[in-house]
Design a protein around this ligand. Structure first.
Ligand code: PA5
Length: 424
């Protein structure tokens, strides 16, 4: 169902040479003995998740679907990217479900903030505020703005029925607020970091509100858990080893490529996962992403003939959810009748095959290909678990802690100082 093909990697990858390391690292993940092991709760989460909370998530999702025109998800980084990636991957760019899912609390951009508030004016909407720390400024500012509008529109008491807080189970400013006003609460477990949190309420509640089958999503993740927790070279570890081998042989950029516009946000999630997990101690591949064929008309030139800093990782979705046939045209002035009766997917696949050959054979750009049968909730759950497990393996192969992000604090300190926050 998920296969990794390294036959276009240009260099030979010595998988056998990694066998001992894989065994050691897999044991360190299972026995929680590696760096950052306090944050390994995600590894078994698809099996150990709180079933009572899951039922409440489903119920809250139904409530939002029944009663609201929009859900505003307030969160940043790991507290929104997974949900956004999953919703877009499964529902597409022009979704037909009734509830519009908006993402806010991820920016200080006033133009976007103003548009969000204008859009919500007069609408029936709910808020899911998501923050593990409860103190992230972008999220707190965004939440304050939409909460004020909601309270203005329906009154403070009624508003509290439409606000759902996903946060730490015991500490932080958000939990105090949630307790005071009686918001329904969901937990981001202590031992799960933001970028590994998509299988918790962080990902599940927005997805449920978007009408996605979250049980199938978790079932897929569970299958991934069974398949990728092995002391031997499974497909996730094959990907981890291949990208590590390309890194040590001198590549510094990994470009994550898909041929589907609705996977742009999956690329954003993937970039955070790998960028924050590996980019430390002066090490790591720079994760970049592109959507082909769209970006072949922009970045394609660089990939083909630019400096040889990168390799590509192609996510190849074998079966599209739907397909569209190209019609006959009497005039044929566009010269396209040779494609008559062929489908968009057929053309997309030929573009993929042609590009793979162009980039590898003449561009000398190594390509790794990850193929997934289709993009439904089950396969997506499995795929996200695949990437998380591969990421932990890959970071440990690089000798870094996959679960911390000390570097992101520095900008915050400077910003707080400039804003005059007490204590800074
Ligand atoms: O992956 C991470 O840990 C980060 O991206 C956090 O999720 C992000 O900074 C948001 O933090 P919080 O959930 O505490 O608001």
């Amino acid at each position: 169902m998920i296969k990794v093909d390294v036959s276009h990697a240009i260099q030979k990858i010595d998988f056998e040479g990694y066998a001992k390391k894989i065994e050691e690292i897999n044991r360190a993940i299972d026995e929680k003995t590696g760096a950052g092991s306090d944050f390994l709760g995600w590894a078994n989460y698809p099996e150990t998740y709180d079933k009572e909370e899951f039922a409440r998530i489903q119920k809250a999702g139904d409530f939002i679907q029944k009663n609201c025109e929009a859900l505003v998800v307030c969160g940043i980084g790991g507290s929104y990217l997974g949900a956004r990636a999953a919703i877009e991957a499964l529902n597409g760019l022009l979704p037909t479900n009734k509830v519009k899912i908006l993402f806010f609390g991820n920016t200080f951009d006033p133009d976007y903030g103003g548009q969000i508030l204008d859009y919500l004016k007069g609408k029936k909407f709910a808020i899911n505020v998501i923050s593990k720390s409860g103190t992230t400024t972008e999220t707190s500012v965004g939440f304050r703005l939409v909460k004020e509008l909601l309270e203005e529109q329906v009154g403070k008491e009624e508003a509290s029925r439409y606000i759902f807080a996903t946060t730490d189970k015991a500490k932080g400013a958000l939990i105090e607020l949630a307790k005071k006003y009686g918001y329904e609460r969901f937990v981001l477990p202590d031992d799960v970091g933001g970028r590994y949190s998509v299988f918790t309420a962080v990902g599940l509640l927005p997805m449920a509100a978007a009408g996605i089958d979250i049980q199938a999503f978790l079932d897929g993740a569970k299958e991934g858990m069974k398949e990728y927790d092995t002391p031997t070279l499974n497909e996730a570890y094959k990907y981890a080893v291949a990208r590590h081998a390309l890194y040590v042989s001198g590549k510094s950029v990994e470009m994550f490529v898909t041929y589907k516009l609705q996977l742009v946000q999956l690329g954003e999630w993937w970039k955070q996962l790998y960028g924050e997990s590996e980019g430390k101690d002066g090490k790591g591949l720079l994760p970049d992403s592109a959507t082909f064929t769209t970006d072949l008309h922009s970045l394609g030139q660089f990939v083909q003939e630019g400096s040889k800093v990168l390799f590509e990782t192609i996510l190849n979705v074998e079966e599209p959810a739907r397909d569209v046939a190209i019609p006959h045209d009497e005039d044929n002035l566009d010269g396209l009748n040779y494609l008559e009766g062929k489908t968009m997917d057929y053309v997309n696949k030929k573009a993929y095959e042609g590009t793979l050959d162009a980039h590898v054979s003449s561009g000398k750009v190594p390509n790794l290909v990850i193929s997934v049968t289709k993009m439904d909730a089950f396969h997506l759950g499995k795929l996200l678990y695949f990437f998380m497990r591969a990421c932990a393996m890959s970071a440990y192969l690089n000798g870094v802690n996959p679960f911390n992000q000390p570097g992101v604090e520095i900008y915050k300190k400077n910003m707080f100082h400039l804003l005059g926050k007490p204590g800074f």
